[in-house]
Design a protein around this ligand. Structure first.
Ligand SMILES: [Fe+2]
Length: 323
């Protein structure tokens, strides 16, 4: 069979599988080859210069939440057998690709992201169903030098499950209760309560003490599930002007749309419409799925919101497939 330029000899080791099950995260060194990186860099170049209401440029930290361009290259990557086998084997799931994002941080912008879990990016899915992120830095990351990578806490040390399952729904009910009691709330109250849970002085101190910050070469990735507490690290003084990361999100192929979670995420947009945001927030994506016809409990993989569902689906190989 002809070898595709994106093919790669990467194979999951038993140790990586055990680590992912235990920690909810694992480094995949050499998972993407030079041709794939070239395709992703081209893609980033196009997307970051596209005029769109889906991106933001706060203080030299640019994010494109909803990559719209031609997905042919990405679908070609998803079609590679090594890619499909590795991700379905590590996660023990058939997977469905829900989207891409690009995060770009400039040197000395002096901000990384705050500690968080995947409540925004997986805000359309039932909380007890599996979701994960493949984080691919496109420049080298030197954790003891210029930094600019990812800090994360293995799930067996501290899991963010309680934030996902319990705190997130409680935010809106708390704001509603205050309003009912005659106390006016604002988008600032929402944001500070939401970020405060994992970013209080006490939590920050604990998480900074427990986190891991790795080195990466382009082609090395971090795979982590939606409950892993993590944050982007600022890019300090050094040779790189900026560090760009390309991110892919996957959910278990049989997972379901959670309309209430989507509505909760859209609450600040609806309630404080004149708030801080001049761009479309990531938190709108889940409710856009309902606007595209999704009903509560629908299979995410069957929602009209996602085009070309067949090419987004990664199925585990049955024994007969590999014969
Ligand atoms: Fe994140």
């Amino acid at each position: 069979m002809t070898r595709h330029p994106f093919d790669c000899d990467f194979r999951v080791t038993p140790e990586q599988k055990i680590q992912f099950q235990r920690d909810g995260c694992v480094r995949l060194d050499g998972f993407l080859n030079g041709q794939v990186l070239r395709m992703l860099r081209d893609r980033v170049e196009v997307e970051m210069h596209r005029e769109t209401d889906n991106s933001t440029t706060p203080a030299l930290y640019r994010v494109n939440y909803d990559v719209e361009g031609d997905k042919e290259g990405v679908f070609n990557l998803l079609a590679r057998r090594y890619f499909r086998q590795a991700l379905t084997d590590l996660t023990d799931n058939d997977l469905f690709f829900t989207g891409e994002q690009i995060f770009e941080v400039e040197q000395n912008a002096d901000i990384g992201s705050t500690w968080h879990v995947g409540v925004d990016s997986f805000g359309f899915q039932h909380s007890n169903e599996f979701g994960c992120t493949l984080w691919a830095p496109l420049q080298p990351v030197n954790a003891r030098g210029q930094r600019g990578g990812m800090a994360y806490v293995p799930q067996h040390v501290i899991s963010g499950e309680w934030v996902f399952e319990q705190i997130e729904p409680a935010l809106v009910s708390t704001l509603r209760a205050k309003e009912k009691a005659g106390i006016r709330t604002s988008s600032f109250d929402y944001v500070s309560m939401r970020h405060g849970v994992l970013n209080s002085p006490a939590m920050r101190e604990i998480l900074e003490n427990l986190c891991i910050e790795d080195d990466f070469e382009p082609g090395d990735e971090l795979l982590f599930n939606k409950m892993v507490v993590h944050r982007g690290v600022a890019l300090e003084e050094g040779p790189l002007a900026k560090r760009t990361a390309y991110v892919m999100r996957f959910v278990e192929a049989g997972s379901h749309y959670d309309l209430q979670r989507a509505r909760n995420l859209d609450y600040p947009t609806q309630r404080y419409r004149t708030g801080l945001l001049t761009y479309k927030p990531l938190t709108r994506q889940p409710i856009e799925m309902a606007e595209a016809g999704a009903a509560d409990g629908d299979l995410i993989a069957e929602c009209a919101y996602f085009g070309e569902p067949g090419r987004r689906t990664l199925r585990r190989e049955r024994r007969s497939d590999s014969a």
